[in-house]
Design a binder for this molecule. Structure first.
Ligand code: DX5
Ligand code: ZN
Length: 218
């Protein structure tokens, strides 16, 4: 089922509460929270304190995308701060299997993200245990970059593997999604769509959310 996950990274942090209210009004199911450490990616964003404080204001599902090294160091804290989905990069840890078990023990959904150059083979044995796979369609680190069309092959392969093996994961795409590129994502078989600038940067957030929902129906 199609789910939109607007990325908070593109929000106006000066009016954060208002922006959350707008997303709630637009009935978006997920909120994508990009956590960056300046090491795994060459940028810093926000951390636990922000996640914890916005948790009070919305029931929206928190889709937390950790662009940090050794994400296992923070799994408890993010669970406590209110994360619902804990998505870590396979390139950032050597303990993926244990981490997935820990995420689930703590009551969160487990997801793994793949950078554009990382093949599916790096997570193939973990696929049966995953609730979601995130296919990066830009190099992680910054919003507002150009969508990488070639990543749709990865999405298609994930669809195929899911079908052949009766797996259950959702397929999320992240980076450069706009009203044009979203069509390619659906055509390839992605169902969870992250959009930062295209949603938070839209003049009318609700109108953009509706526009995406209409495209999803086609
Ligand atoms: C990039 C982040 C994305 C980013 C997407 O590292 O993972 O979630 O916020 O922003 P847009 O949709 O503007 O490309
Ligand atoms: Zn992200």
């Amino acid at each position: 089922m199609y789910k939109l996950s607007p990325s908070l990274l593109a929000a106006d942090f000066g009016i954060l509460k208002q922006q959350l209210e707008e997303l709630d009004k637009a009935n978006v199911p997920y909120l994508h929270l990009d956590i960056m450490d300046g090491v795994f990616v060459p940028n810093l964003s926000f951390g636990l304190a922000v996640v914890q404080s916005i948790r009070k204001y919305t029931k929206i599902i928190f889709d937390v995308h950790l662009m940090i090294i050794e994400p296992e160091r923070y799994v408890e804290q993010f669970a406590k701060a209110g994360a619902d989905i804990f998505c870590f990069h396979i390139e950032a840890t050597e303990n993926a299997k244990e981490l997935i078990a820990k995420i689930k023990d703590l009551g969160m959904k487990a997801a793994i993200a793949l950078k554009p150059a990382t093949p599916i083979s790096t997570i193939e044995e973990l696929l049966p245990e995953l609730d979601m796979v995130l296919v990066m369609t830009v190099e992680p680190g910054f919003g507002g970059q150009k969508f990488m069309q070639d990543q749709m092959e990865k999405v298609k392969d994930l669809v195929k593997l899911r079908k052949e093996n009766n797996y259950n994961y959702d397929i999320e795409v992240d980076g450069g999604v706009n009203p044009e590129t979203i069509k390619t994502c659906f055509a390839a078989g992605a169902n969870v769509i992250v959009a930062g600038s295209a949603v938070m940067g839209a003049k009318d957030i609700s109108a953009r959310v509706k526009e995406f929902a209409e495209i999803a129906k086609d």
